[in-house]
Structures are given as structure tokens and as C-alpha cells.
Design a protein around this ligand. Structure first.
Ligand SMILES: Nc1ncnc2c1ncn2[C@@H]1O[C@H](COP(=O)(O)OP(=O)(O)OP(=O)(O)O)[C@@H](O)[C@H]1O
Length: 446
């Protein structure tokens, strides 16, 4: 069983500066200087800990270089990074040997941000989120999320309704906001209305407005949500909850582009795009006569399905780290990252409440965590780690397909990491991360 208190350690062959050590410590990495005097002074390394070795060539003379190359050859299982000075002669045979044995190298002055990101990747952390610069609010680089982003880009400029489906908390409103922001209507209002939360007797008036005196309590004329969003976009969440009379008014707006306020017979022309969401089966509601079929076809012109979080296993850690980083900016908290075991639990959990549940668990964990690492207990996910990863056959199939692809390519390339990375169109660091994820020990595969 993996310990939930595993450490991350950089075994530094050479001399780190105190500023470098401080930055690493801030990022959750212990530094153990490997020299003749190091015994006992460093961190105890145990099974389950993450260890990265640093070949610091900045002050290395010819003897030290030779020694380093020999050391690296003796420890091929360690992930090695190399640090060079601007004077290091990279063509020198000993330097070439060091570089060939290294996953990546850095030249002084070290870009500490890049170093910390590289260490994180080697430790199996979530890859940095893919920024969709033009698609606000959307995070995730899984295949499922990339497909969503492609649809958002396609649908946004088209002035037709979009029916957004998906379980609760999958980001349907985020998708609707992104559609609005990417559309030519972006400078006009966006109104999000939860149809299920409107009092049944006031739905018509809330959505379409009313004239003074149209019903008891209507003391003044009121503009409805649709009119207030003129020129923009209206997002109707839980559209299946609309009562029959509001369904008729909405159909008319979609067909004719007009509405009537309650208590008036005057038609008002209105330009507004309608986006609708549902987490219930609208087809079933139509079959049962609870939802108008003609309205269903009007709303369902373009369809966007938001995937459940369990279908986006690759995004869970990115989202968790993002939510933690955002929380840290707003609150004083010790937690900076997730323990190895809690990362496993985050990946394995089925997330019935989807992204919203992830956000809530991370925020709660950030409040209760005592140290720099969020534990499984902080996330209240103790049960998740006892369950098998990917209860769903989809999760299992995907994981084993990924493992098979890496193993096959490594064999085809005769375990040449660079060639394997080139063929799979990923970085060498990713190959090392995948080997770690699937517990592939290169030497055991020959
Ligand atoms: N891809 C994403 N990137 C970042 N945050 C997200 C993403 N998807 C959802 N969220 C966050 O998750 C929460 C739930 O999202 P949202 O309200 O859009 O879900 P929903 O599907 O509309 O839920 P419901 O069906 O319950 O109304 C929000 O806080 C949102 O910011």
C-alpha cells in the first residue's frame, strides 16, 4: 500500500544555492545534497517516495564530470535532470554522456518555474491545463473536453438554439456562457434562468414581463428576463420544468421572434438567442406529454452533451489543482498540492456530483488540511481508494489501452525513450510519467 505521507525528494549531485533550495521547498520538494558528507543530514527516502536526481555540472571539472557520467550509468532507473553553466562545453564526450542519460537539462540561471513543472510531471502530477484562450471558463485537455470545445467554437457564431445536456454539475452553464462569449452577441446581456426555481404562478411574468394591473400585486409594468436580455442570450436551465403556458410562449418566441407581456395583447418584436439545458431525459418528457414536442424540436436544433467527470479522468487532477490554486489566492491556507494517494483517489472516484462536487471537496479539504499536501482524509475519499480504479469498464479499457500502446512502442523502438516519444508525439517526460503511472520498469520489459 502506498503511504499517504510519501515525500518528494531531489537528490542533488552538486551544490544547490539556498535560493534554489527555498524554491524547491516551497513547491513541496526536499533537497538532499549528495556528497560525501550527506549521510544522516538529508531526508530518509522510503519505498513509495518520489525521487529525482539532479546532475549539477555548473562547477564540475573534468574529474567530476567523469564521476557524474559513471554515477548516472550505474543508476539508470533514476530519472535524471542535468544543470549546465553557460560555459559547459556540450560537445565534450563526458557532457554528452550526461545529457544522453538525462530526461531534460537546464542552463544557469535556472528557470525554477520550468524546473518545478518538470519535477511535477515526473512525479505524475496533472499536466498543466490546456488554456483555451478564446473559450472562457473551460478547463480540461481530455479528448471529451476537446470535443466539447470544438463544438462550442462551431455553434457559437450560428444564431440557433442549442440544447445542452449532461448530468448535474458537469458545466452546462459554463458552456452556455462560453457560447455567448464566443458569439457576435458577446457585448449584449447574458441571462441565466433556472426554470425549476421560478414559482409556478409567476413563471410567465418573470420570463415575459407583465403590464400594470394584470394580476393582483402587479402594481407596475415589469420587463421580463427575455426583454431585459434583448440583443443577447438567454440560458434556460432545467427547461423541462417549464409549465405548459410558458412552453407555448417560448415556442412563439422561437418561431416568430415575438412575445406578449402578461396582461397585454401587443406583440413585441425581440432579438434574443435561446440556449436551454436539461439533466432530465427530455425525449421521455415528450413521450409522457409533459413537454411539447414542437418546442422540443425547436430547442434541439444543435445539441451539446457535457461529459460526466468520470469520463474525463485526465482532467480531474488539473481541475483539482486549479480549484486549489484559486482558493489559495483568496484564503490563507497551507495546502499547496495533493498527496500521491489522494491523487489516486481523485482519479478513481466516480464523482456523482461531477465538477461541482470536485470543487466542493477541494475547497473543504483546503480548509481542513494541516500540511502542504491534501490527504485522502481531507478530501473524505477514504472509500474511493479501496475501490478498484475505474469501476466502469470504460475507465479500465482506456487505462489498459494506454498501457498497451506505451509497451508496444517501447518494444518497437528497442526501449529508445526519445524515439518512442517521437512516435507517440509526446515529450520524453511524458513517456517517463506514463511508465511510472503504469508501473513499467524499463529493465523488466526487455
Ligand atoms: N470545465 C470546467 N472548468 C472549470 N470549472 C468548471 C468546469 N465545468 C464546471 N465547472 C464548475 O463547476 C460548477 C458547476 O458548473 P455548472 O453550474 O455550469 O454545472 P451545470 O451542469 O449547469 O449544473 P446543474 O445541472 O446542477 O445546473 C461551477 O462552479 C463551475 O464553475
Amino acid at each position: 500500500m502506498t503511504s499517504d505521507t510519501s515525500i518528494r525528494c531531489v537528490v542533488w549531485f552538486g551544490q544547490p544555492t539556498s535560493a534554489e533550495r527555498t524554491r524547491l521547498a516551497q513547491a513541496g520538494w526536499h533537497t538532499r545534497v549528495a556528497d560525501a558528507n550527506a549521510q544522516g543530514g538529508g531526508v530518509g527516502i522510503r519505498r513509495g517516495d518520489t525521487v529525482v536526481a539532479m546532475a549539477d555540472l555548473r562547477n564540475a571539472d573534468a574529474d567530476a564530470l567523469r564521476e557524474m557520467a559513471r554515477l548516472m550509468a550505474d543508476h539508470p532507473r533514476l530519472p535524471w535532470l542535468a544543470l549546465l553553466s553557460t560555459e559547459t562545453v556540450v560537445q565534450a564526450p563526458e557532457v554528452e554522456r550526461v545529457l544522453r542519460a538525462s530526461i531534460d537539462f537546464f542552463t544557469a540561471p535556472i528557470d525554477m518555474q520550468r524546473l518545478i513543472e518538470t519535477l511535477g510531471t515526473l512525479a505524475g502530477d496533472a499536466p498543466a491545463p490546456v488554456p483555451y484562450a478564446d473559450v472562457p471558463g473551460i478547463t480540461g485537455s481530455s479528448a471529451a473536453m476537446m470535443a466539447v470545445v470544438a463544438s462550442l467554437r462551431k455553434y457559437a457564431p450560428v444564431d440557433l438554439p442549442v440544447l445542452i445536456t449532461g448530468e448535474t454539475g458537469t458545466g452546462k452553464e459554463i458552456a452556455a456562457r462560453a457560447l455567448h462569449k464566443l458569439s457576435p452577441r458577446r457585448d449584449h446581456p447574458f441571462a441565466a434562468i433556472n426554470c425549476g426555481a421560478l414559482p409556478a404562478n409567476l413563471v410567465q411574468s418573470e420570463l415575459f414581463g407583465h403590464e400594470r394591473g394584470s394580476f393582483t400585486g402587479a402594481n407596475a409594468r415589469r420587463i421580463g428576463h427575455f426583454e431585459a436580455a434583448a440583443g443577447g442570450t438567454v440560458f434556460l436551465d432545467e427547461v423541462g420544468d417549464l409549465p405548459p403556458d410558458a412552453q407555448i410562449s417560448l415556442l412563439r418566441l422561437l418561431q416568430e421572434g415575438t412575445l406578449e407581456r402578461v396582461g397585454s395583447t401587443q406583440s413585441i418584436k425581440l432579438d434574443v438567442r435561446v440556449l436551454a439545458a436539461t439533466h432530465v431525459d427530455l425525449e421521455k418528457a415528450v413521450a409522457q406529454g409533459r413537454f411539447r414536442e414542437d418546442l422540443y424540436y425547436r430547442l434541439n436544433v444543435l445539441r451539446l452533451r457535457m461529459p460526466a467527470l468520470r469520463e474525463r479522468e485526465d482532467d480531474v487532477l488539473q481541475l483539482a489543482q486549479l480549484f486549489l490554486d484559486v482558493f489559495r489566492k483568496q484564503h490563507d491556507c497551507n495546502a499547496r498540492t495533493f498527496s500521491a494517494l489522494s491523487r489516486k483517489a481523485l482519479r478513481d472516484f466516480a464523482w456523482p456530483g461531477n465538477v461541482r462536487e470536485l470543487l466542493n471537496r477541494v475547497q473543504r479539504a483546503a480548509v481542513v488540511a494541516e500540511g502542504a499536501q491534501i490527504s485522502v482524509a481531507d478530501l473524505d475519499l477514504q472509500d474511493a481508494i479501496t475501490m478498484r480504479a475505474g469501476h466502469s469498464s470504460l475507465g479500465l479499457t482506456r487505462t489498459s489501452a494506454e498501457r498497451d500502446a506505451v509497451v508496444a512502442c517501447l518494444r518497437e523502438t528497442r526501449f529508445n525513450i526519445s524515439e518512442c516519444a517521437r512516435r507517440l508525439k509526446v515529450s520524453r517526460v511524458t513517456i517517463y510519467r506514463l511508465c511510472k503511472k503504469h508501473q513499467l520498469v524499463l529493465e523488466d520489459m526487455h
